[in-house]
Design a protein around this ligand. Structure first.
Ligand code: ATP
Length: 444
């Protein structure tokens, strides 16, 4: 499968569209269509369920997207969140130094007339208020919202270590060359967990989270993954260990999630009176913060360490689609099928009356459709009836796990035909059992 196959399917079937397309588009921005938003929400829910709802030690958060620039000054982003940019003087294209396949050769036109490499900060800035006097920054990661709310969560809930704060939300990076569809974009969503721990427990929790996160990716059907441990020389100065979970995308093996042992860098950086604490990370002096981001135990105050798991929702979306996409040969024809985990499928079931001109079939199909929704199984789609082969093909391609057909026998037997997307096998299910049947199959 090529990336183009997925891009074409996403556009054709309403998963993802180029943003601002009717005005020529805007590079690095995409809009999620009716099926895309369902799939994306299902991935988010699967993550939130696992990280927040099924646990007793993680709090959820939804913090503001625009930050006071002091947050980014003390997080290190203003000074170090750069990519190295090179301009080609011949074809005028701009690229990151790591995109050069051959040294001193433009990846666009191949010429050697290049500018000196220079640092390019990836953060996006906004002016706020009527006089444009206030400067805000669009967050480049959701994590900073967690750190600046650490004290609030501690004050409201009095947690004891270890505990985590999780957030899903938009992040913005002025990527030099957005590419590979939703893999590298300028506006994206992250699913991040900051798990606060005692210093001497860091290795144990780091290993624990790597294992947990690999298990989650496998559970949602993303199995073609590899763990890449960053070498000591590649590590950020505050990190003692980073493992990337990489997925074999159609365009190559690339990171979908990073898990990092970040020590006390983040809370230490945002805290006032740093000298009062035994901070191990190299932090910039902080005269702007008004709070100490510490905890108290046995009469002592200390700054916790943390392990972070940071994944991109748009990359998860692409990895889920790529893992599910199959082309199967049936007799002389081909069927494209998205073998999504039913819990992730944008549409859970389609109800199809065999003939659209038979009111009794259409009415019964509508009754089943309404009943499924009333029992919290949705979205479900009610087909208008008619060409059943065409309905199957459409629902295979968008990953609907079950097609429920109401035919003339149904009127006699009260049984519908349920077709399984993956095996194409058909079984008869009593109308009264349809909800339970589907309910059991769409659980994660
Ligand atoms: P890369 O090296 O691919 O640019 P990164 O190491 O800068 O990624 P992190 O800062 O660790 O990424 O961000 C955590 C996660 O956020 C990544 O694993 C990825 O899934 C997602 N992410 C980061 N940048 C982008 C982007 N431009 N578009 C889509 N997702 C992104």
């Amino acid at each position: 499968m090529q990336l183009e196959d997925l891009v074409a399917l996403c556009k054709r079937r309403g998963f993802v569209y180029q943003s601002s397309a009717i005005y020529g588009g805007l590079q690095g921005f995409f809009d999620y269509g009716p099926l895309g938003v369902e799939l994306k929400n299902n991935i988010k829910n699967a993550w939130w369920r696992e990280i927040v709802h099924l646990r007793e030690d993680v709090y959820g958060l939804d913090s503001a997207i625009i930050l006071n620039k002091s947050v980014l000054n003390h997080s290190g982003h203003s000074d170090t969140f750069h990519d190295i940019l090179i301009d080609c003087k011949e074809c005028k294209c701009r690229f990151r130094d790591d995109e050069m396949k051959t040294k001193n050769e433009c990846p666009g036109c191949g010429c050697a007339d290049l500018s000196q490499p220079r640092e390019f900060n990836l953060m996006m800035h906004v002016n706020l208020g009527p006089t444009h006097g206030v400067h805000g920054v669009l967050r480049p990661e959701t994590a900073q919202g967690v750190f600046i709310n650490f004290k609030n969560v501690c004050d409201s809930f009095s947690p004891t270590l270890p505990f985590g704060i999780a957030q899903i939300g938009k992040a913005f990076r002025n990527e030099i060359t957005p590419r590979n569809f939703v893999f590298r974009v300028r506006e994206f969503e992250q699913m991040e967990l900051e798990f606060f721990i005692k210093r001497d427990q860091a290795d144990k929790w780091f290993a624990y989270w790597v294992e947990q996160r690999v298990a989650w990716w496998k559970k949602i059907g993303v199995t073609n993954i590899k763990l890449l441990n960053q070498k000591p020389q590649e590590l950020a100065h505050y990190s003692s260990a980073t493992t990337d979970i990489a997925f074999e995308f159609p365009h190559g093996l690339e990171e979908v999630e990073g898990i990092a042992n970040r020590g006390d860098f983040d809370l230490g950086s945002h805290t006032k009176m740093q000298e009062q604490f035994d901070i191990k990370a190299k932090v910039k002096e902080n005269k702007d913060s008004v709070d100490k981001l510490c905890m108290h135990e046995d009469g002592a105050s200390f700054i916790p360490n943390l392990v972070e798991t940071s994944s991109g929702l748009d990359r998860a979306f692409l990895a889920v689609l790529a893992s599910a996409y199959c082309v199967e040969k049936i007799d002389e024809s081909e069927r494209v099928v998205l073998k999504l985990h039913p819990a992730l499928a944008p549409i859970k079931a389609a109800v199809i009356p065999l003939a659209k001109n038979r009111p009794e079939l259409v009415a019964l199909a509508r009754k089943i459709f309404t009943n499924l929704k009333a029992c919290n199984i949705f979205p479900v789609e009610l087909e208008s009836g008619g060409n059943i082969g065409k309905c199957y093909r459409k629902h295979d391609e968008i990953g609907t796990p079950f097609c429920i057909t109401v035919d003339f026998d149904t009127l006699e037997t009260n049984k519908v035909t349920v077709r399984d997307r993956d095996t194409m096998q058909q079984i008869h299910v009593h109308i009264d059992d349809v909800v339970t049947f589907i309910e059991e199959k769409i659980r994660l």
